[in-house]
Design a protein around this ligand. Structure first.
Ligand code: AFP
Length: 330
């Protein structure tokens, strides 16, 4: 089954048929952009496309050439879709308003066009992450993105690894597709992904250990402590790209974490962005039977107040995330 055929089936299940049509057009366009990105990644070193573009984005990250290029082709494709009323992108300080998609059924897309940029120059895995919400006819439409994660009508990611994989949800399960590089088409290979209740691996940047909440530190100590009965120690797996770490966690189980830095308890600092990293991954996880929280709060209940807001995340197997939350409560 192709992605387009699958989207047609999902459309019929969404409450608003007009929004459903727009959602299908947008996901299909993002898939087409992903095919172009996959091609470019494979040849980037040959086309002098590696390295920095010069300058930083709003969140202070040095911007790579492929970050800018990826953002530009994504924005152009969403504008052309005629279904997107505004784009919130990691590479744009403010939402990009798109009159082509305005109206009562216009949709707002939040997107990290190239996630894991620090892997680009070392031929590591990177991805694209996206979220789709109703604009509620608002104009400007960007502010419609500032709602709870439960308002998302679709979410997904593309992983550019040995294969190019697209995983999305439209609120009825989480489904995976693999791109046929010969045609650029995405074909259904992982229908209705179910995250195992408990896993054997954990993913976290342990270099930040000393900055964590005591419960977070105790939980990771617990995972490292040998105990045959509970399958410990867990193995550490961390790629530096959320898409790759979360994808492995969805298929094999376990937990991926990017906890907050609470060195200054009055000012906890998180890294990952709510609208175009954490909220979409959390919708996908819950639709696949998983769990996603900050350690103390369900991610999808968080109402965004800023476009580039950062929050902590613990995501993956329900039993593993629930246990981590127990450690936060102690
Ligand atoms: P970049 O896109 O700036 O490389 O950040 C990637 C990311 O947002 C996410 O994909 C990773 O899980 C996380 O940051 C890696 O952060 P650390 O380098 O601090 O471990």
């Amino acid at each position: 089954m192709t992605l387009e055929e699958h989207l047609a089936g999902q459309q019929a299940r969404l409450a608003s048929s007009d929004q459903a049509r727009g959602m299908a057009v947008i996901v299909s366009r993002i898939a087409a952009v992903a095919a172009v990105i996959a091609q470019e990644l494979a040849h980037a070193a040959l086309r002098d496309q590696l390295g920095y573009a010069g300058g930083t984005n709003l969140t202070g990250d040095q911007v790579k050439k492929l970050d800018v290029w990826g953002h530009d082709i994504m924005a152009a494709a969403l504008r052309k879709s005629g279904a997107c009323a505004a784009l919130v992108s990691e590479e744009s300080p403010e939402p990009i308003e798109m009159h082509e998609g305005k109206g009562p059924n216009g949709l707002v897309v939040a997107c990290d066009p190239v996630d894991g940029s620090s892997n680009l120059d070392v031929n590591g895995t990177v991805g694209t992450i996206f979220s789709v919400r109703p604009s509620r006819g608002m104009d400007p439409s960007g502010p419609a993105a500032l709602g709870a994660g439960t308002e998302q009508i679709a979410a997904g990611y593309v992983m550019y690894g040995p294969a190019t994989t697209l995983v999305y949800t439209a609120g009825h399960g989480t489904h995976g597709f693999t791109m046929d590089h010969a045609t650029g088409q995405f074909l259904l290979t992982h229908p209705d992904i179910r995250i195992p209740k408990k896993g054997k691996t954990y993913g976290v940047n342990e270099g930040n250990f000393t900055t964590w909440h005591p419960g977070q530190r105790a939980y990771v100590e617990h995972l490292r402590t040998p105990d045959k009965a509970s399958g410990r120690p867990y193995s550490l797996r961390y790629s530096g790209a959320m898409v790759a770490d979360v994808h492995r966690t969805f298929l094999d189980g376990g937990i991926f974490m990017y906890p907050a830095d609470v060195s200054n308890p009055a000012k906890p600092k998180a890294k990952l962005r709510l609208l175009y990293e954490v909220a979409p991954m959390s919708m996908l996880a819950e639709q696949a039977g998983g769990r996603s929280s900050t350690g103390t709060e369900r991610i999808l209940d968080i109402k965004a107040s800023e476009y580039h807001q950062r929050v902590a995340i613990l995501i993956g197997s329900p039993d593993d995330v629930a246990l981590a939350e127990d450690f936060y409560r102690q």
